[in-house]
Write a protein that binds this ligand. Sequence first.
Ligand SMILES: [Ca+2]
Ligand SMILES: [Ca+2]
Length: 257
Amino acid sequence: MKKTVTSVGVATLVGLGCLVLIGLLFSKLSGESEAAFITGPVLYLPTLINLAPAVDFTHDFETGDLSGWTRSKDDKAHEFQPTFEDNPTARGRGQPSQHQGDWWIGGYEKYQGPKAKGQVAGGIQGDAPIGDLTSIEFKIVGDKMNFLIGAGNHPWVEPKGEGSTCVNLEINGKMVMTETGKNTETMARVEWDVSKFKGQMAVIKLYDRNAGGWGHINFDDVKQTTNDGKEIPWEAILAVKAFGKLPTTLGQIKSDR
Ligand SMILES: [Ca+2]
Ligand SMILES: [Ca+2]
């Protein structure tokens, strides 16, 4: 997903206003709960209008770049990311990446596709480089969050993750959820219960602070879902951020009155 601000923004605001009114009417008529309001109009916003978030964010790296992700100043670990296709298999590792789509974060790999100058399929950068990769700040609107993770099993160490290879959920600069790989390049999907953080702003942060064995992290395709597993489109999540005061729940609408 990669979208930019367009003149559609004004029309979008008008559309959103209508949707909020429809949502209020709907909830009054039917007595639907706040949660039902979210899983109704907001979930299907992208199909109803041409939503144009004012921010770029690739949650699955299918843009072929790191849109919406920031490398730390000293970062060397993510210089050649994202990785293209199953590079562990291309180098005969025997541990297929099982990534989503074509692109993913493969901390050991150095292959960004056939157009990348000086790179060949199966190329590596190894475990030595270290650095962090931080997502754009987003609002937690779902009960759960899931993503693909693989590689190093070096758990988070407070306060700065010395020697860690992990993926953290951070709120106000503090780790609130953390996960490592299992010392295999093959990624598996992990799910977090983030319901108690709903309504708060957060970032996803990838840490590679380990230059030794399994000193890298693999990652792809992060999503937020409702409690019953329905995916919440990032377009809707980022629209909340883009338009700032846009109410996302009936509770917020009421509290703004
Ligand atoms: Ca991907
Ligand atoms: Ca490393």
